[in-house]
Design a protein around this ligand. Structure first.
Ligand SMILES: Cc1ncc(C[n+]2csc(CCOP(=O)(O)OP(=O)(O)O)c2C)c(N)n1
Ligand SMILES: [Mg+2]
Length: 542
């Protein structure tokens, strides 16, 4: 096949991949790409390259697939790097195509416009795959290889830099199936036999699902049903089994009730989790010695917690052989699991005080499976990441690497991927300010998106931390805009929640709208949580 230029080739590859919307910022170093995408697909002109990647990431997460971002050379590609870090941390699938200077000047350091030293090295540091298009006969192969790497287990972003002269050139393409990563190894037979025996004998089993379990949903449910075990999840594993299942405890591992459950369990099967510091109280959480760990990544096995049987492999292929050997749990254990599920929810609900009204209103008003994108803010870290029910991993859009400012971009991408349902974004005033310009993208593209801004006049989580551990506040109090005026300036509908009684009506009203809206939750007016939130990180001097 030949194509008139690189843009036409990119569109053909994106169509093969089922991508209909692309996020980016136009530049002299990506003009042929942007023009072709805008002509043939939907091009969304976001206001910062970090958002291009976040939105592509959110689009991919919401569809359970791949998203695409287009950026420019140098600063444009550098602006994308922080969000590529997030996709790498989350193992989510982003195809990042960025410009590069003309191929004849590559690597000379002569100061060609947008030139940057070792752009490929920068991209390689933050992506699962990075390549430079070398000529006009290789771009199709590299784009397909990049996409396949991003989609393969364990995922991550894939970056392709494309010298601008080669974007303009006529392209020769030889479509074909890309060389994908090698199929994950099957687990060691002796380890598997040991794990099966452990499950046959277990009467008090627990399962822990991380993000890796999202690719093995029916297999995970089968193990849960056969055993009557309780299911703990990481934030990333939420929705792998719908959270209204009576034995899904969820993202509550560090609560006293779950710690005591872990202390009494006689088997723990962990599936595709990194045991991140946030979910293990900085690795202080105690896990049972009878621990079976499943992961595709050899390095993850036993890295954080000792493991009795390490099973390397794809969870979808390993779990059924455990289910085949598993025996039912003691009925008393199963009853205790169900009681703990209710207990941890009730305790959290009590602690968040008046914000429970907002959580309840969202739970009641959102259609099942609607995307809930969260920025890193206290409402997310408390109830958004735990209490607000998640029934599908595709609805669970959260920057797992913990970087603020990415929620709105992810939400815009998700909302454009899922026009059938409304999307909610939960953001703090501080996180929103990082990419305030994206309010304009929201106003321009008009997705069905409810942006809920929790306004406490600053970086509340750091303010709480300083109030607890320091004698003064530093860098936490922020000038916040008049959100009503800001919304008006952007042409966005606005409403305010200032009391518990407002939550239901305001949220229902906003979700009924066929487009975007901004709802401010005035936290000074709503009132404080019963328990001020401080993050689960250790302060060495505390
Ligand atoms: C990119 C990045 N920079 C800094 C931080 C540190 N940080 C974590 S939460 C936070 C405050 C966020 O403020 P806001 O969005 O208003 O939420 P609040 O804590 O007030 O609920 C900051 C600065 C971070 N996580 N990521
Ligand atoms: Mg704040």
């Amino acid at each position: 096949m030949t194509y008139r230029n690189g843009g036409d080739l990119l569109v053909a590859v994106l169509k093969e991949l089922g991508i209909d919307t692309v996020f980016g910022i136009v530049s002299v170093h990506n003009l042929p790409l942007v023009e072709a995408v805008d002509r043939e697909l939907r091009f969304v002109p976001v206001r910062h390259e970090a958002t291009a990647v976040n939105a592509a990431d959110g689009y991919g997460r919401a569809r359970g697939g791949l998203g695409c971002a287009l950026t420019s050379t140098g600063t444009g590609a550098g602006n994308a790097a922080g969000s590529l870090v997030e996709a790498l941390a989350s193992g989510t699938s982003v195809l990042h195509v960025t410009g590069q200077i003309e191929s004849r000047y590559l690597g000379e350091g002569r100061g060609f416009i947008h030139e940057t030293r070792d752009q490929l090295g920068m991209l390689a540091a933050v992506s699962a795959y990075a390549a430079t298009v070398p000529d006009a006969a290789s771009a199709g192969r590299l784009l397909r290889e990049a996409a396949a790497t991003a989609l393969a287990v364990p995922g991550g972003p894939a970056s392709v830099e494309w010298p601008v002269d080669l974007q303009y050139a006529a392209q020769v393409d030889t479509p074909g199936t890309p060389a994908t990563a090698e199929a994950p190894a099957a687990p060691d037979p002796a380890e598997l036999a040991g794990a099966r025996a452990l499950l046959t004998a277990a009467r008090r089993p627990l399962i822990w699902a991380g993000g890796g379990a999202n690719r093995a949903r029916p297999e995970l449910l089968a193990l849960l049903e056969t055993t009557g075990a309780g299911l703990i999840t990481s934030n990333s594993g939420r929705g792998a089994v719908p959270e209204d299942h009576p034995r899904v405890i969820g993202n509550f591992a560090t609560t006293p009730a779950v710690r005591s459950l872990l202390a009494d369990a006689d088997a723990l099967v962990t599936v595709g989790t990194h045991f991140r510091s946030n979910e293990t109280a900085d690795y202080g959480l105690k896990l049972p010695g009878a621990h079976v760990q499943i992961d595709v990544d050899r390095a993850a096995l036993g890295r954080v917690y000792p493991v009795r049987h390490a099973l390397r492999g794809d969870a979808a292929r390993v779990l059924p052989s455990l289910t085949g050997a598993a025996a039912p749990a003691d009925p008393d254990w199963t009853a205790r699991v169900c009681a703990v599920r209710d207990e941890v929810r009730a305790a959290l609900r009590e602690g968040i005080g008046p914000q429970a009204a907002v959580c309840d209103a969202l739970t009641a008003a959102l259609p099942r499976g609607a995307v809930i994108a969260r920025d890193v803010t206290i409402p997310s870290s408390t109830w958004g990441n735990r209490l607000l029910p998640m029934h599908d991993p595709r609805a669970n859009v959260f920057p797992r690497g913990g970087g603020i400012g990415q929620g709105l971009g992810m939400g815009i991408g998700a909302a454009l991927a899922r026009p059938d349902v409304p999307t909610v974004v939960i953001a703090g005033d501080g996180g929103l300010a990082v990419h305030l310009g994206e309010l304009l993208t929201l106003a321009q593209e008009r997705p069905r998106l409810l942006l809920l801004v929790f306004n406490d006049g600053g970086y509340g989580v750091l303010r709480n931390t300083q109030d607890r551990y320091s004698d003064r506040r530093s860098g936490v109090d922020l000038h916040t805009p008049d959100f009503a005026g800001l919304a008006a300036a952007c042409g966005l509908p606005y409403a305010r929640i200032a009391a518990e009684a407002d939550a239901d009506g305001v949220i229902r009203g906003a979700l009924a709208a066929d487009g975007p809206s901004l709802v401010e939750v005035d936290l000074a007016a709503l009132g404080p949580m019963k328990t001020p939130f401080t993050p689960p990180v250790s302060i060495p001097t505390a």
